[in-house]
Design a protein around this ligand. Structure first.
Ligand SMILES: Nc1nc2c(c(=O)[nH]1)N[C@H]1C(S)=C(S)[C@@H](COP(=O)(O)O)O[C@H]1N2
Ligand SMILES: [Mo]
Length: 332
């Protein structure tokens, strides 16, 4: 993500170098200049600081687990075979380690900063232009939509050009929207994440951002069969860093549309203003469909898989054209 507009000192995409790594590297550079140590040791110092922040697989896989799990036998859900990835599944620890969740940190390794976040109990509000608005406790939501639960294997493409292939558990957003009964006025859906500076350190300290995180889709996009509300990943409840207890997954759009830890879903009659669109509208426009031929502003034609570093050509609509092209006649 580029946050230069709010912080000219941020690295280009705001994410590749963590503050701790950068700080240590700077210290090392100073020291080595004074003492005249070799470049090999500079590299070793930066490497060591990076490793400490990355953590072991075991740390990464245990730190963000929600303690009280609703015991409803939802996981694992039945796999829908038609959404196979056509590439290797991303290692679970690699996905859990390298996340974007600005409420906790501007940088990666978010898992280190989610300790105070309490995703349960959780309440979801569904409101706006609908006949049946509702407010529902997360456990009741699971019960209400239990029969719609399934597992979906989706490719995910971040605008920073990293990608992953992971299995989500949840249900189609269309089911929830149908239950709310949108009225004739409804044209768009607005999603709002939490505002909890006590639990999310970066919401307290980083007031350059327009908290809370907001996203939006057209009603047609929101009810597309691909659009998924996920409560789990890899056959278990979501880790905190992946957006527990409930997040959106929109696989044909850049990753930032897939808003995490949703508190509010509003059915509205105009285009909402998403978080990143507010910060940088020319780079992160409302629609944000994955498109390898449009640089935003860096080249988007290739992508790199988390963990393996394997590279692929980025596909139009992230390869999901057969499900979504009809929504964008004559444009992208
Ligand atoms: N609330 C919230 N949702 C968010 C973000 C965020 O910072 N806050 N980052 C987005 C971005 S840029 C990406 S790529 C995906 C990353 O999902 P993952 O970390 O589970 O891989 O979450 C998206 N959803
Ligand atoms: Mo992203």
């Amino acid at each position: 993500m580029n946050i230069q507009k709010v912080d000219p000192l941020a690295p280009r995409d705001g994410t590749e170098t963590s503050p701790e790594v950068a700080l240590n590297r700077r210290k090392w550079l100073k020291r080595t200049a004074a003492v005249g140590v070799t470049g090999g040791m500079i590299a070793a110092g930066a490497y060591w600081a990076g490793q400490r922040l990355k953590g072991t697989d075991e740390e990464v896989l245990t730190h963000g687990v929600i303690k009280e799990k609703p015991d409803l036998n939802l996981y694992p859900a039945k796999l829908e075979e038609r959404f196979a990835y056509e590439r290797d599944e991303t290692d679970r620890a690699e996905a859990a380690r390298y996340a974007n969740f600005y409420e906790f940190s501007r940088y990666k390794y978010v898992w280190r900063f989610v300790e105070d976040f309490k995703p349960l109990p959780w309440k979801l509000t569904v409101a706006g232009h609908c006949n049946k608005p509702f407010e529902i406790d997360f456990e009741d939501l699971l019960r209400r939509f239990a029969s719609s639960f399934r597992e979906r294997q989706y490719r995910h493409r971040c605008v920073e050009t990293w990608a992953m292939a992971v299995p989500w558990t949840g249900f189609q957003l269309s089911e929830l929207i149908k239950a709310a009964e949108p009225t004739a006025k409804a044209t768009h859906v607005r999603f709002v994440s939490f505002l909890r500076p006590d639990e999310a350190t970066n919401q307290e300290t980083d007031d350059a951002f327009p908290w809370p995180y907001v996203e939006g889709l057209t009603l047609e996009e929101a009810t597309n069969e691909l659009t998924f509300l996920a409560t789990g990943m890899y056959g278990e409840p979501l880790f905190k860093q992946h957006g527990a207890p409930l997040r959106l997954v929109v696989p044909w759009k850049y990753g930032y549309k897939s808003i995490k830890s949703i508190e509010r879903i509003e059915i509205v009659d105009s285009e909402p203003l998403p978080f990143w669109t507010e910060i940088k509208p020319d780079w992160y426009p409302f629609r944000s469909n994955v498109n390898p031929s449009v640089p935003i502003p860096w080249n988007q034609s290739r992508e790199r898989m988390l963990g393996t570093g394997e590279q692929y050509d980025t596909q139009m609509y992230n390869g999901y054209g057969e499900y979504v092209t009809h929504m964008y006649p004559g444009r992208v």
